[in-house]
Write a protein that binds this ligand. Structure first.
Ligand code: PEP
Ligand code: MN
Length: 339
């Protein structure tokens, strides 16, 4: 349920309302927008008679929210949320370019790629230390050593880093990581989501391979419900009957999500397509569709990459793409644009 307050509402009456709601075990999500002040009510709101609230002097409107996601709901928070990654903002009008290898392979590799993507215009460095691989015989990542190398790359370049967590029990190892990624395969690992909800760090939540947009938002809700509201959603392609691409990149998820939620949305055209030659057109399409950023895999030697070489851009191609993205991002479609 949301309660929209009148402009210049009386503070004392407001505090009375808050106390009355709290006594009913209702948690209040307060959102002060430019136009409206909105109270998002979370909990068992069936115990509340909306007409009682509507009758108050300070109340403009009361509405029940049909969607099962509340805190992630745009109706709870009209304006775009901005997520801060070590001083860099994602969302609102802030666009970030996240780039780096699929996995950290060696000190030389990650340091080299980190420098190259930074020079090319990346603002956040990615790289997997714990890799979710389909086959147990494939390279599983350098794990703790990979995290150590990632931190070294952060130190050398000054770029904030994002890397994937696969197990809630690993959380202590991520202390110096700037943003924690939940991969597609763990989007519904609810215990992991709850753990991340209790951490004071931004989370990059990727859409599951076979999950709906609503399920993605419910996963965000798991994290937010524990207190952490710094979430960036990532469309990375879904499994369909199509086999020409690794996944089917759902670009429409960007405007759909933007209408449903205030959380920032980025797109990963690398996993979304599986082929390096498809990454630039999809990256541009996602930017124009209104994405708040891109996540792109880059490797200095894609042919010998230990993971996802075929979809990795060379640093040279990434540099050209980054330039193009910078040129076109001002033309992105924004929610509410009237044509
Ligand atoms: C990744 O970004 O490294 C990754 C494994 O992606 P996804 O979870 O989207 O498959
Ligand atoms: Mn990958």
């Amino acid at each position: 349920m949301i309660v929209m307050l009148k402009k210049g509402y009386d503070e004392e009456q407001f505090q009375d309302l808050v106390a009355w709601l709290k006594a009913k075990d209702i948690r209040i999500h307060f959102s002060q927008g430019v136009e409206h002040t909105i109270l998002g009510l979370v909990g068992d709101t069936t115990v509340i008679d909306p007409s009682l609230i509507q009758a108050l002097d300070i109340v403009e409107d009361v509405r029940r929210i049909q969607e099962p996601y509340k805190k992630a709901n745009r109706k709870f928070h009209e304006e775009d949320s901005m997520v801060d990654v070590k001083g860099l903002k994602i969302g609102g009008e802030n666009f970030q370019l996240i780039a780096g290898p699929c996995s950290i392979e060696s000190e030389d590799q990650i340091l080299k790629i980190a420098r190259l993507v930074m020079e090319a215009g990346a603002t956040i460095l990615r790289g997997g230390a714990f890799k979710p691989r389909t086959s147990p015989y494939d390279f599983q990542g350098l794990k703790e050593e990979g995290l150590r190398l990632m931190l070294k790359a952060k130190e050398e370049t000054g770029l904030p880093i994002v890397t994937e967590i696969m197990d809630a029990s690993h959380i202590m190892m991520f202390e110096h990581v700037d943003m924690i990624q939940v991969g597609a395969r763990n989007m519904q690992n609810f215990e992991l989501l709850k753990t991340l909800g209790r951490v004071d760090k931004p989370v990059l939540l990727k859409r599951g391979l076979a999950n709906t947009i609503q399920e993605l938002l419910m996963s965000a809700e798991y994290i937010m419900n524990e207190g952490n509201e710094n979430i960036v959603l990532c469309e990375r392609g879904i499994r369909t009957f199509e086999t020409a691409t690794r996944n089917t990149l759902d670009i429409s998820a960007v405007p759909v999500l933007k209408s449903l939620t205030h959380l920032p949305v980025i797109v990963d055209p690398s996993h979304g397509t599986g082929s390096a030659h498809l990454v630039p057109p999809m990256a541009m399409a996602a930017t124009i569709a209104g994405a708040d950023g891109l996540l792109i895999e880059v490797h200095n030697d894609p042919a010998h990459a230990l993971c996802d070489g075929p979809q990795s851009l060379t640093p040279e191609v990434f540099q050209s793409l980054a330039k193009r993205i910078n040129e076109i991002k001002g033309f992105a479609f924004r929610r509410g644009d009237k044509l």
